[in-house]
Design a protein around this ligand. Sequence first.
Ligand code: PLP
Length: 430
Amino acid sequence: MTQIHSDDLFRRAQAHIPGGVNSPVRAFKGVGGEPVFFTRGEGAYLYDVDDNRYIDYVNSWGPLIVGHTHPEVVTAVQEAAAQGLGFGAPTATEIEMAETLCRLVPSMDLVRMVSSGTEATMSAIRLARGFTGRDKILKFEGCYHGHADSLLVKAGSGALTLGVPTSPGIPLSVAEHTLTVSYNNLAEVQEVFNHFGEQIAAIIVEPVAGNMNCVPPVPGFLEGLRTICDNHGSVLIFDEVMTGFRVALGGAQALYDVTPDLTTLGKVVGGGLPVGAFGGRQKIMEMIAPLGPVYQAGTLSGNPVAMAAGLATLKLIQAPGFYEHLSRQTQKLVNGILGRARDADIPMTANQVGGMFGLFFTGEEEVTCYEQATHCHLDRFKSFYHGMLEHGIYFAPSAFEAGFVSSAHNDEHIAATLQAAEQVLAKLSL
Ligand code: PLP
């Protein structure tokens, strides 16, 4: 693989873009080396500026569930763009989007469109606070919900201590309203509610965590959160920005049959364009302006071109058998890599739910929380990552990001990936 033009572009980028990238993980700090600059995508493939071809398991961090430049999505975008790039006024396409989301997502009565996942979670938190009249929220270690101030927070010295910011620029007085406990640990949640129950507006959770690699909920975890929220009058928010239309047609709430009060969406719902959404129970959503007093707005919200990309994608994923196929392909990939790791005597375990997966370089049988995820063999991941990249396989450049399979990944792509993995893993074991 050559990377001449990518290297040049990275140097040029750094002159006027902080760190050369518009989102930090793209800078390759998690794996070392320099980022690849891409020119185009097609189906399961990405092409870089040096004309190298990669099988892509990032898929723009999840949105491209039908692969790159799917003809039906591209046509929908072209047709919408020809009619106008935006009006800042209501359109029929927005209604179609809202009707589709409320039909597909079990808990959604009303939905508001926004332009990113961050906006969706930030607005859902404000709404939950407005609805309950309470300030505190509870989140889980290792879950990422975008970069709003209340959500870039980690636990203080223990679960019962107030939160501290994970970034300069976030006032302590904001962070202290966020309580953080371990993922999949209901006992800790209960303990926090025993102390602060009356003050907690909401629990926000990734129903399958995808930002500490891929960590599914243990049986009873999501159900337990539902019960605790019911017992304390708190709002249960499922952040399905990643899992929505990724793990099942109705998202994780359909897969695990647990009904949240509010749901946030992003990624797939925009088909590759900048879109987010939050929605849920009628009574709560009616608190949003202009119906109610909780303010929320957006110049580009419900943008017609973005709605067209999202709707075209949502149409394609409703094809019969779509998720069975996606899940089967993802399983083939994951089981294949695990098999090659076993053959090479490299300890590895994996998690997979629908079209998302995570590989962990660890001897542990199962990874269920952030602490375990962070104790995996990170150097081995980095070597694996660069080995696969050399073989034309593009994984997320971080050990803490889930991988994504699209409906464009066929058996040939998976066989090529496994062949590469076999060679790379064999070298790692030397
Ligand atoms: N919530 C989850 C679960 C996410 O994975 C992400 C982004 O990866 C976000 C929220 C934030 O979305 P965005 O990057 O569109 O702001």
